[in-house]
Write a protein that binds this ligand. Structure first.
Ligand SMILES: Nc1nc2c(c(=O)[nH]1)N[C@H]1C(S)=C(S)[C@@H](COP(=O)(O)O)O[C@H]1N2
Ligand SMILES: [Mo]
Length: 519
């Protein structure tokens, strides 16, 4: 008896492994099966998205601050570690009783299923991947827990039995995991072959713009090494969204419903949009989460149809003051109706820098609105526009502690030198950018240490909707530690505020300052 107890203690490690293996099988099989349903039918994606939706603003901000656009990788790693710990605990429970372990798995699967169903654009059919994964996960747990238990029973040839049972257990574990991974690999390959959004994007020839954008004047680019370019290449453009997996939309399946407080509701198809009089416009997009000096800002040439014209066709009713735009993945933004009907070039965009929108930037259709942070205006994968009132509806981030309106705060940034750079004595070249969308930048000043404010050279302005690069030469940089501070003035003569504010609830403010040394 004593002998047996010691033995089972020695084999106890097999149970957590059995638990982890069955979790891997559950998730990989469900992931594989989700290929045949909507993306949110993967319990991993659904759970991750649900967590993102419930992440308090301060934590989201901290994650973006710490990990930048890798915040989702961070979420994924945290999620994996948590899942592994949970699975190990469930495994250990089976050492006590298999029924207990199996019930725990079923309980956790119910949570997974609930998070799948809670996603927008899922229905009961999307539960199938979770159910199939759970069945195979339960099977794996039963099998491996059985092997673990048999290994704990003493026999007449303890030694040899011990090694074979261990080998069997390890083989069994490795085998189930390998099968799961194989299933994911195979379906992933299938997904790539069938990926209609990717191939539709590749096949899409953008129609020419009826109104071409004015080309940036030669002076719009200052070419300071280490400073950002005037136009941000698509692959370098910051990406912020709540989508764990990029929505895949076949343009032929896309349509936009315009409804709510309008005289005439209608639905727009992609082909209809292609046939409309499209315009081009350069516009600098900014994220409300951008910290002072941060890089969640980019400038691109957008091709699209003016939302002003689209809304004119729907004829908003008196009293309406907001348009709630909703993405296929459930994200929504509240944009003041005025910003979409006044003279600014707010677009229902299909093109970015002469290409169809990249998938992660909203293919096939998104919104971009000059002067407003992305969270209240730049809905990607947009499928629904509801004309309504601020007092009746609230958008995604508004219900999570951010302001219902988000005009972009004027801002300026030092791109080069970098913080804590070590530079040789002599000439130091500073470069950066400043933006005040819809108003325009009229002056940028720099201060070295606590010296006087000095005006910098400004790039030629393309329009008030785009940022302006700047350049400054400090010709007699002296050895020692220094700081540089930058500030701007907008075209109405208003100076950028020195008061610092955190991104929550409506955008950061304060002067960008950095330290460097000259030696
Ligand atoms: N569908 C969807 N659209 C979205 C978001 C989102 O989470 N989901 N985020 C918004 C935010 S906060 C910003 S700053 C911009 C960023 O656009 P980009 O990723 O193309 O730079 O998209 C906006 N549109
Ligand atoms: Mo954002």
């Amino acid at each position: 008896m004593e002998q047996q107890q010691r033995k089972s203690k020695r084999h106890i490690w097999r149970y957590p492994i059995a638990g982890i293996c069955s979790a891997i099988v559950l998730f990989t099989i469900a992931q594989a099966a989700s290929t045949f349903f909507g993306t949110a039918s993967s319990p991993l994606v659904a759970l991750g998205s649900t967590i993102i939706d419930f992440t308090p603003p301060w934590l989201k901000d901290l994650a973006i601050g710490l990990f930048g656009t890798n915040d989702k990788l961070f979420l994924f790693i945290t999620l994996s570690i948590t899942a592994a710990l949970l699975a190990a605990t469930v495994g250990l429970a089976t050492a006590r009783s298999l029924a207990l372990g199996l019930s725990l798995v079923i309980g956790l699967s119910v949570v997974l299923g609930a998070s799948v169903l809670s996603r927008s654009a899922t229905n009961f059919l999307d539960l199938i991947p979770t159910i199939v994964g759970t069945i195979l996960g339960l099977g794996t747990l039963t099998l491996l827990a059985g092997m673990a238990t048999r290994a704990g029973v003493p026999t007449v040839h303890p030694q040899s039995e011990n090694t074979t049972s261990r080998r069997k257990f390890l083989l069994g574990s490795a085998g189930t995991v390998a099968l799961g991974l194989l299933a994911v690999g195979a379906t992933q390959a299938l997904r790539t072959i069938r990926n209609t959004a990717d191939s539709a994007r590749a096949a899409l020839g953008l129609p020419p713009a009826k109104v071409k954008a004015q080309a940036p004047p030669p002076g719009a680019e200052l070419d300071v090494p280490g400073a950002s370019r005037f136009v941000t290449p698509n692959q370098d453009f910051y990406r912020i969204d709540t989508a764990l997996s990029v929505p895949q939309i076949d343009p032929q399946d896309w349509s936009l419903k315009i409804h709510g407080m309008v005289e005439k509701e209608f639905t727009l198809t992609f082909n209809e949009l292609l046939d409309m009089d499209l315009v081009e416009h350069y516009l600098t997009l900014t994220c409300v989460s951008n910290p002072v000096g941060g890089d969640l800002v980019g400038n691109a040439k957008w091709l699209g149809y003016p939302l002003r014209e689209l809304l004119a066709q729907a004829k908003p009713l008196p009293g309406a003051d907001m348009v709630l735009s909703t993405s296929i993945d459930g994200f929504s933004a509240s944009t003041p109706l005025e910003a979409l009907t006044d003279s600014r070039e707010a677009l229902l965009a299909i093109g970015m820098n002469n290409e169809p929108l990249p998938l992660e930037h909203g293919f096939p259709v998104r919104m971009v609105v000059p002067g407003l942070y992305g969270y209240v205006s730049a809905t990607k994968w947009v499928v629904d526009l509801e004309v309504t009132r601020f007092q009746d509806k609230a958008a995604y981030w508004t219900t999570r502690g951010w302001s219902e309106r988000g005009p972009i705060k004027m801002s300026s940034r030092i791109d080069t030198p970098r913080s804590f750079a070590k530079l040789p004595v002599g000439k130091v070249v500073f470069g950066g950018t400043a933006w005040a969308q819809t108003t325009g930048v009229s002056k940028v000043e720099i201060r070295i240490d606590n010296g006087p404010w000095q005006e910098v050279e400004l790039a030629t302005e393309l329009s008030a909707d785009t940022w302006r690069q700047w350049r400054f030469e400090w010709s007699d940089a002296t050895a020692g530690n220094h700081s540089a501070t930058v500030r701007m003035t907008n075209a109405q003569g208003e100076l950028q505020t020195e008061d610092t504010a955190a991104p929550v609830p409506n955008g950061s403010s304060g002067w960008h300052r950095l330290q460097f040394s000259v030696e």
